[in-house]
Ligand binder design. Structure first.
Ligand SMILES: Nc1ncnc2c1ncn2[C@@H]1O[C@H](COP(=O)(O)OP(=O)(O)OP(=O)(O)O)[C@@H](O)[C@H]1O
Length: 326
């Protein structure tokens, strides 16, 4: 459904220098620098997938989404989505896609939400009956009833984001690009947005490409992640495989009957905290087994309880960014 091959994109920006002399010089001659936002990236996405497109700030995520939605033209490479080249066949192509940029609005600021939806219906030439059915479903599932007559500028961020998502789906697209859809939302709104994305994916088969810095979004939604850094793809695969490959750390909390004599920490572990009744250790599972650690500790203290936690995905991603220096 989506095939991207060897896409590169650079931005040319004028160098700004301080001082009057430099300002006058800049009137006649401007120096430029080039930022390589994307360097030869390739991937394919199948119909019905939810893909988390992740990476640190400035990695190139939004640039990729803009190219895939036809807003930007790459310097080199090919991009075929539903048989179209996004930036060439704009009119035909936009019928297939919905786009939400969390930081920008596609709604008209001063008019009621309902009017924005009507305008989008006309822009996309959605037949009246189909529009009514879609609208009813969107209003119900995104709980928009009470805000349909409010101008967008009066909405809270969470309310606006729900409207943005609804607006992107008025024409029933097959693909949805979401660029940070949960940015700034409270916990309840985040869960509602995630639930909705899951529903349209499962019930309507909508393919979703999601960029986010919130790893809870990724855990809740994406089976597959593409990790990008400094314009290159570093990992493309299942979230679980990522966890198995890089999430080798576990935290063990052991409680024991009071003990004041020193406890020697087993090999392959790091002491995180200690008290006369509790010890918390980080275990490197590629160096030792958690069962060995517990056995060793049980020989030194009278264990009363043991809790083992796997590494949160957030930590794994931070570790990955460090390892790859991205
Ligand atoms: N219009 C532009 N002009 C010049 N440089 C740009 C422009 N847009 C993006 N860049 C640069 O391209 C690189 C990639 O930016 P991009 O917005 O794609 O990153 P991102 O992964 O979406 O980052 P973030 O997570 O911070 O939103 C960055 O170095 C950024 O400064």
């Amino acid at each position: 459904m989506i095939h991207i091959e060897g896409i590169s994109k650079s931005y040319k920006i004028a160098k700004r220098q301080t001082g009057l002399k430099q300002a006058v010089k800049a009137l006649f001659y401007r120096e430029h620098t080039t930022i390589e936002a994307l360097k030869d990236i390739s991937f394919s996405i199948n119909q019905g997938e939810i893909v988390g497109y992740i990476g640190p700030n400035g990695a190139g995520k939004s640039t990729t989404i803009k190219i895939m939605s036809g807003i930007l033209v790459p310097d080199t490479g090919t991009c075929q989505i539903m048989g179209c080249t996004p930036w060439k066949e704009r009119t035909k192509y936009v019928q297939h896609i919905g786009v939400v940029f969390g930081q920008r609005s596609q709604l008209w600021w001063d008019v009621p939400v309902m009017d924005s939806f009507e305008l989008l219906k006309d822009i996309y030439k959605v037949p009246h009956q189909e529009y009514q059915t879609t609208l009813k479903l969107l209003i119900e599932t995104l709980e928009l009833q009470e805000i349909m007559n409010s101008p967008v500028r009066q909405l809270s961020l969470g309310q606006r984001m729900r409207c943005e998502i609804a607006a992107s789906l008025i024409h029933s697209p097959e693909i949805l690009f979401l660029d940070e859809p949960t940015i700034g939302l409270d916990a309840v709104s985040k869960i509602a947005v995630r639930q909705f994305i899951k529903t349209i994916n499962q019930e309507k088969g909508v393919t979703v490409i999601l960029t986010t810095h919130d790893m809870n979004d990724i855990e809740a939604l994406a089976d597959r992640v593409i990790l990008i850094g400094k314009g290159s793809v570093f990992y493309d695969g299942h979230l679980e495989a990522l966890r198995k490959r890089f999430g080798t750390r576990k935290t063990i909390t052991v409680d024991y009957s009071q003990n004041t004599s020193p406890i020697s920490t087993p090999a392959g572990t790091e002491l995180l905290s200690w008290s006369p009744e509790r010890l918390v250790l980080r275990v490197e599972t590629d160096q030792t087994r958690t069962s060995n650690v517990i056995t060793e500790l049980s020989q030194q203290v009278d264990l009363t309880d043991v809790a083992i936690e796997t590494q949160p995905i957030e930590d794994i991603i931070v570790q990955l960014y460090k390892e790859y220096q991205i």
